[in-house]
Ligand binder design. Sequence first.
Ligand SMILES: Cc1cc2nc3c(=O)[nH]c(=O)nc-3n(C[C@H](O)[C@H](O)[C@H](O)COP(=O)(O)OP(=O)(O)OC[C@H]3O[C@@H](n4cnc5c(N)ncnc54)[C@H](O)[C@@H]3O)c2cc1C
Length: 468
Amino acid sequence: MYKKGLCWIRRDIRLYDHHALSAALKNCQEVYIAFVFDEHILKKLPEDDQRVTFIYDSLMEVESLLNEKGSSVIIAHGDPIKEIPRIFQEFNCDALFFNKDFEPYALKRDKEVKSKIPNAFDYLDHVLFEPDAILNGKNEVYKVFTPYKNKWLTYFSQQEKQVPNYQCPLKNIAQWKNKQSIKKFDWAREIGFSLTPSELKGGTSEAKKKLKNFEKKIPNYAKDRDYPIIEGTSNLSAYIRHGNISIRTMIKACSHQNSSGAQTWLSELIWREFYQMILFHFPHIEKKSFKPEYDNIKWRGEKKHLKAWKEGKTGFPLVDAAMRCLNQTGQMHNRLRMIVASFLCKTLLINWQEGEKYFALKLLDFDLAANNGGWQWSSSSGCDAQPYFRIFNPYSQSEKFDKNAEFIKKFCPELAGFSAKQIHAPHEADMLIQHEAKCLIGQDYPFPVVDYKKNRELALIMYQEVKS
Ligand SMILES: Cc1cc2nc3c(=O)[nH]c(=O)nc-3n(C[C@H](O)[C@H](O)[C@H](O)COP(=O)(O)OP(=O)(O)OC[C@H]3O[C@@H](n4cnc5c(N)ncnc54)[C@H](O)[C@@H]3O)c2cc1C
């Protein structure tokens, strides 16, 4: 038994079903909780980054719960490699507890922290299985999703669906009051950020509310999940990313249901685990293609088209609506992520890493493993990606998944005067119709910045060059 334990929270901002916290509470007489605003991560973000607000709100909730128990979160700002050992010493702790993180930066950081603190323990928390737990017949890691998923499900059922619940009774939480509590001290301003209200409020209570609301929708998930205007998905990715809700809570919500919707949703959660596992074993994907030959592609795209893509001004309505939605809300529906990603690399002929970078800057749920996985899947450079010759047609995707153009009209209101039939390719409407729609193409809304059919052919050539 240790006297004073320190639990360092990072991408797991909650006080329930928390593996490291549970272990600390079991093994220490007294437990402190600390969070470090990491300068290495924050320095890359704009002043009004919504994720800082999301984290801030999440910490506020943790602080309130701790206050009820006579405790407080220790908050710091700086380099965790220095800050955690400093806090550890200042509070006379004798053991450190934290949950594992598989990102290359985090692995390096945690190794250094561990080397400075004698009793440091890490725990698996943000995925269900260790990255080398699910192996093929040759004891190798899977690089293809479906067999990985099948093995994952077998493994899961062998454990008789015994998903652990790491109890966190806060009885021995350290009794102390932080004078610089996140509630009273303006930490956001202190670390150079302005708090920006966002559509998603961080915190466990919000996450649980969302999950409760979504549980009713799970049976319809398989049918509804591809339509951006329908609220057919959980919208929980930002909460999972910041650990406001545990992955075990998510898995339990669908594993006791039998519907095809529940199976499909579980499958998406397994995709998440798959990408985490891939990043752990193949960290080069952070900077390079999974398949090395794809690093030789000669991207023919133009800078001005990247700008138009970012701003939602490409002249392809669904792509533009999706990008404007990302810029305004920090969120984007999965179907739209696939459409805009395919569009960037296979229609605008721009390196997928530019898109990956932009998503990393904007997404509230940005997660290196999932984002990289999504981009490498879309650009065909990934481990289990779509074939290079599969190119999403932005017009037919728009007609299929936003048939009545409700999503387009929400984010591109200048197009609202067009009929549902014409709005997907408004440049094809004659002048009379454009006048009636009160939207002149080239003036009120751009012409398509490229010719889709022509660029489709160029994309195929571009990819074939590195395949042969
Ligand atoms: C180009 C591209 C970039 C992406 N970037 C990210 C990212 O940075 N962060 C992120 O969490 N997801 C990312 N995704 C995956 C997916 O788009 C989001 O997880 C999903 O849209 C979140 O909405 P939801 O919470 O309603 O998901 P739901 O459909 O309700 O799914 C439940 C959970 O499963 C996980 N999940 C679902 N689909 C995937 C997937 N394909 N890959 C990995 N995990 C998945 C998420 O944690 C999600 O919250 C990306 C996909 C693409 C194509």
